[in-house]
Design a binder for this molecule. Structure first.
Ligand code: SF4
Length: 371
């Protein structure tokens, strides 16, 4: 009798599920073509399904004719994309994952506070590119797989790190460890998201228990590839997109099979693999543990969403009502960053308002953090 263990964290993460829902709602609500610049998620099956519902993936804004809705995917986008879409008369709906938005905001805060901004991640990944663009390209990207490059970089005395949300925790530690002797001041924001951390930790557990691991998801999905990498470091692991790729000989002599999936893998795709194993595992299946849970909202996500005015209801700030700013009026705002020389406040507009240190208080202070 064989046994299958399916990871509890396998499948859509909060950010992907949210972006998909926003895309589908936008299509219904606006009755306009919906365009996404780049794949909404790295899963060819989901992308094809969206296309069939009138949600088109494009590679260049110039290809859009006759207006429509531009949906910013969960990876986020740089300010130039928002501006260009506005110029083209497109309605922009921002489905950037709140964790990614937070990473962008932290990078902006680091730059504002005089740190040399470093993004740990893959320079080719759209999330990383958007973070770099959000700080006007004033960031260096360090890929933990090619750490030799670190020795060629000239570091400022103050370096601040944010990390691609889907990076491996151990690799971030490695970069931080190598950087410590090279800089005077190092500020590290661990922006690896909970969904990624939990999924990676669970994959280690699965790989320790099972004799074989199947990782289900797009071959172009960075987070799915990372899970396969983790599995391969411990046991025979296969990264598959569909049951057609499973070779029965993989299962020979393996009586405990682990199954996990990336953040962009629909539950249906995972179930197909589990059903195939149930049918094909010699001797039948004893039991299956850890049914897939669809609810993965964490308290942390709720907190980030509550403090992030830019993504409320999936609509970007451009659509929000901006209070009338006139002399003598009192408006409410959200403090989005506190630096040494100023405080940035958002009152609902496209850009934050910066209050310089000298205007914060009549007291003599050397940093806005003292107020
Ligand atoms: S993996 Fe994390 S950061 Fe990326 S979309 Fe999912 S929840 Fe957001």
């Amino acid at each position: 009798m064989g046994k299958i263990i399916v990871g509890e964290k396998a499948g859509f993460c909060f950010g992907v599920e949210r972006a998909l829902n926003i895309a589908l709602e936008s299509r219904k609500k606006h009755n306009l073509p919906v365009y996404i610049l780049g794949s909404l998620i790295h899963n060819p099956r989901v992308v094809a399904d969206l296309e069939s519902q009138g949600i088109k993936t494009i590679s260049d804004l110039q290809t859009i004719e006759g207006g429509g809705v531009l949906l910013i995917r969960s990876h986020g986008a740089g300010p130039q994309i928002f501006a260009r879409a506005e110029q083209l008369g497109l309605k922009v709906i921002d489905a950037t994952c709140p964790f990614v938005k937070q990473e962008q905001n932290l990078a902006k805060g680091l730059l504002r506070d005089g740190y040399q901004v470093m993004v740990v991640g893959d320079a080719q990944h759209p999330e990383v590119q958007a973070v770099v663009e959000s700080v006007s390209n004033q960031a260096i990207v360090v890929n933990p797989s090619t750490l030799d490059a670190l020795s060629k970089i000239r570091f400022s005395p103050k370096v601040g790190i944010v990390c691609q949300t889907t990076q491996n925790q151990e690799k971030l530690k490695l970069v931080v460890g190598m950087l410590l002797p090279l800089v005077k001041e190092l500020k590290v924001y661990n922006t690896i998201c909970n969904a990624t951390r939990e999924r990676q930790a669970e994959t280690y557990d699965l790989a320790r228990k099972a004799a074989l691991l199947l990782v289900v998801g797009g071959k172009n999905s960075a987070n799915t590839c990372k899970l396969a990498e983790i599995g391969s470091s411990l046991i025979p692991t296969y990264h598959i997109e569909s049951i057609d790729e499973i070779k029965p000989q993989w299962l020979e002599g393996k009586n405990l099979i682990g199954v996990t999936a990336g953040a962009s893998t629909p539950q249906e795709q995972i179930s197909e693999v589990v059903d195939w194993l149930k049918l094909n595992l010699a001797g039948g299946i004893d039991m299956e543990e850890n049914q897939i849970k669809s609810e993965q909202l964490t308290e942390e996500v709720n907190k980030i969403e509550a403090s992030e005015p830019a993504v409320e209801n999936g609509e970007m700030r451009l659509d929000q009502e901006i209070p009338l700013l006139e002399e003598g009026s009192i408006v409410e705002g959200i403090i989005v960053a506190v630096g040494d020389d100023e405080v940035a406040v958002n009152v609902g507009g496209k850009s934050d308002l910066e209050i310089p240190l000298r205007e914060l208080t009549a007291e003599k202070i050397s940093s806005a953090r003292e107020v």
